[in-house]
Design a protein around this ligand. Structure first.
Ligand code: NCC
Length: 274
């Protein structure tokens, strides 16, 4: 990968990030009538002014950021991260939730009944192999997301619920590799990084909380669980450390905001002429 300046990196991200969801126009989905199953309104037509991305890191505990987070027009959260009981630190507004396919496939997440996955825009992704095509992916996803997706679309057709296209996920991986000196494993980017690029595409301004660690940094994995593992913050499977270095390079906010509050400020792609 080459070393670009902050503004060059930002423009490279803008040029190559194209939100894509499964829209039913390609096989095998076209043959299954998915053009009528997916929401008729494309995801990229949602537009917001000020957006917040709230990671699930343990370090958001005791941040008192809840009020500030809720003051944004749209708030993005991840997987099973709750707000109830944690309002002071993470707020209580959720506009979009990005979930990985484990949430749909594993009974412990109670996808069909839990209120976490209702009344919000949902985006699910599954790590297809880098080189596999959609038919191979459909036959053998990492976790079976397709049956629960079909069921939810039938039960609640009014809920905006999208499957992120594997090509979108892998384009983000290419972007990380092309801007990183080391050779990284071809594992998909974390939900967090995907969410940041998504919101830069949909919003004018994006505030990201506790993606790049603050002074509160801890080995506690999630704010909502006691489990401890440094790999949650640094990455093991996902290229998380590299993702964090890229985001830090395009941060428009100051060091004090980053260290004290864990806040990175980014400009939406529409805001900057490259
Ligand atoms: O942990 P997870 O992510 O749900 O966290 C959401 C995003 O927040 C950022 N994060 C989280 C914890 C931390 N200490 N530091 C952080 O920066 C990351 O950007 C992360 O993406 C995922 O990306 O989907 C992930 O999901 C979990 C798990 O599947 C879900 O929570 C559902 O239970 C993965 N863990 C396992 O599979 C065991 C995790 O690797 C990535």
């Amino acid at each position: 990968g080459v070393r670009r300046s902050g503004p060059e990196l930002y423009c490279e991200l803008k040029r190559r990030t194209r939100i894509r969801t499964v829209d039913g126009t390609e096989e095998p989905f076209s043959g299954l009538g998915w053009d009528r199953l997916v929401p008729s309104q494309p995801l990229r037509t949602s537009q917001y002014q000020r957006c917040a991305v709230v990671t699930s890191a343990g370090a958001v505990l005791n941040s008192s950021l809840g009020g500030e987070i809720d003051s944004h027009d749209a708030v993005l959260r991840f997987n099973a991260a709750p707000t109830r009981g944690f309002e002071r630190d993470v707020g209580n507004k959720t506009t979009i939730r990005i979930i990985n396919s484990q949430i749909l496939a594993r009974p412990k997440h109670r996808f069909s009944s839990s209120s976490l996955y209702q009344d919000v825009t949902l985006l699910v992704w599954d790590p297809a192999q880098y080189s596999s095509n959609l038919t191979q992916w459909f036959q053998k996803p990492d976790f079976d997301l397709f049956s629960a997706y079909v069921e939810r679309r039938r039960l609640r057709p009014e809920q905006p619920f999208y499957i992120l296209h594997p090509d979108f996920i892998w384009t983000l991986w290419d972007l990380i590799q092309d801007n990183t000196e080391d050779q990284i494993q071809p594992n998909p980017p974390s939900s967090g990084f995907t969410g940041i690029l998504l919101m830069m595409s949909l919003c004018r301004e994006v505030s990201v909380y506790e993606f790049v660690p603050s002074l509160r940094r801890t080995d506690r994995c999630h704010y909502y669980e006691l489990y401890r593992d440094d790999a949650c913050t640094l990455g093991a499977y996902h290229p998380l450390m590299y993702e964090k270095m890229l985001v830090q390079r395009i941060n428009q906010g100051d060091q004090d905001q980053l260290r004290r509050r864990g806040k990175v400020s980014l400009r939406g792609f529409r805001e900057v002429r490259c």
